[in-house]
Write a protein that binds this ligand. Structure first.
Ligand code: GLU
Length: 300
């Protein structure tokens, strides 16, 4: 079996907050419980959303919390040639799309789990007269084909099945303005970094089938997945910068850590809240106990 490699892959759109800390902690603990390597990847591929200084801020916060990444930190904005190369390998499955936002909205077949519009495939047979390319889309397999449904074992949620033709339709890999889709970048990077285990928030569950589909087309291994529940605010919305999450209070790192561990359902002795090394030791054993059975599940 390959040596366990986990990763935390934040988008630098703001400081780490209580919600993103839960995802970071889960992947860090799973890595420690497996005595693996924990990598940090800055997902700054969506440049208009990137906030100057946010990546440095996240790195600094992780250091104060005692979560030190192994190896070099990689930045997606430096890796566009890699995404271009993978895109080139997919040329048989990709087609140009000239639809405007409005046309996609008008012809949509539904709304995907991440709020995106399900594309109806208007440009599949070629661009209509007078249309220019706005994006390149990946043709997804039809529902009734052998690859029509993607199934994986999530280590937290159990078996998950998704048919891309129903859930997303043909999805965008690249836009004419040079934007690379998160789905492609993540797949290329996880494979190149040798990631064996993706542990992240359940807000990304709806991306996993697209990522597995891309891994298959690119002949890359599929990691194991574990999606932890997302943290909601009092109004029941996912905690994020947009819904008013406040940055971690760096004067009280242990308070933030204890709260995140509690949200992961880990029962820790009160003493763990008084000392960083003690906290990580207790949290790692609690996590290992909880996932000891799940650890035995091997990729089929
Ligand atoms: N960059 C993504 C985010 O912050 C996470 C990607 C991943 O873990 O696969 O939401």
């Amino acid at each position: 079996m390959m040596h366990y490699t986990g990763r935390f892959a934040p988008s630098p759109t703001g400081p780490l907050h209580a919600g993103s800390l839960v995802a970071a902690m889960a992947s860090y603990l799973d890595t420690r419980a497996h005595k693996g390597r924990w990598l940090l990847r800055i997902e700054d591929i969506d440049e208009p959303r990137t906030v100057a200084g946010a990546a440095e801020n996240i790195c600094n916060t992780l250091a104060i919390l005692g979560m030190d990444p192994d190896g070099e930190v990689i930045w997606q904005s430096h890796r566009k040639a890699r995404y271009e190369a993978a895109f080139g390998q997919l040329s048989n499955h990709v087609y140009p799309c000239g639809c405007s936002r409005k046309e996609i909205a008008d012809s949509r077949t539904g709304i995907a789990s991440d709020g995106a519009l399900i594309y109806s495939g208007t440009c599949r047979q070629g661009l209509a007269e007078g249309k220019t390319t706005r994006a390149w889309r990946l043709r997804v397999p039809p529902l009734n084909s052998a690859e029509g449904a993607i199934t994986f074992e999530d280590r937290w949620l159990g078996r998950v099945t998704e048919a891309l033709s129903e859930s997303t339709g043909d999805f965008v890999l690249k836009r004419a303005d040079g934007f690379w889709a998160y789905q492609l970048a993540v797949v290329v990077d996880d494979a190149e970094q040798g990631v064996t285990d993706v542990v992240r928030g359940a807000d990304l569950l709806g991306s996993t089938a697209r990522q597995i589909h891309l891994q298959k087309l690119l002949h890359l291994p599929t990691p194991r997945y574990l999606h932890v529940p997302v943290v909601n605010n009092a109004a029941g919305e996912k905690l994020s910068k947009q819904t008013g999450a406040t940055p971690i209070d760096l004067n009280k790192p242990l308070d933030a850590l204890m709260l995140a561990a509690d949200r992961l359902g880990l029962l820790l002795p009160a003493a763990a809240g008084s000392d960083l090394p003690l906290f990580w030791e207790a949290a790692t054993s609690a996590w290992a106990r909880r996932f000891s059975k799940a650890r035995m599940i091997e990729r089929a």
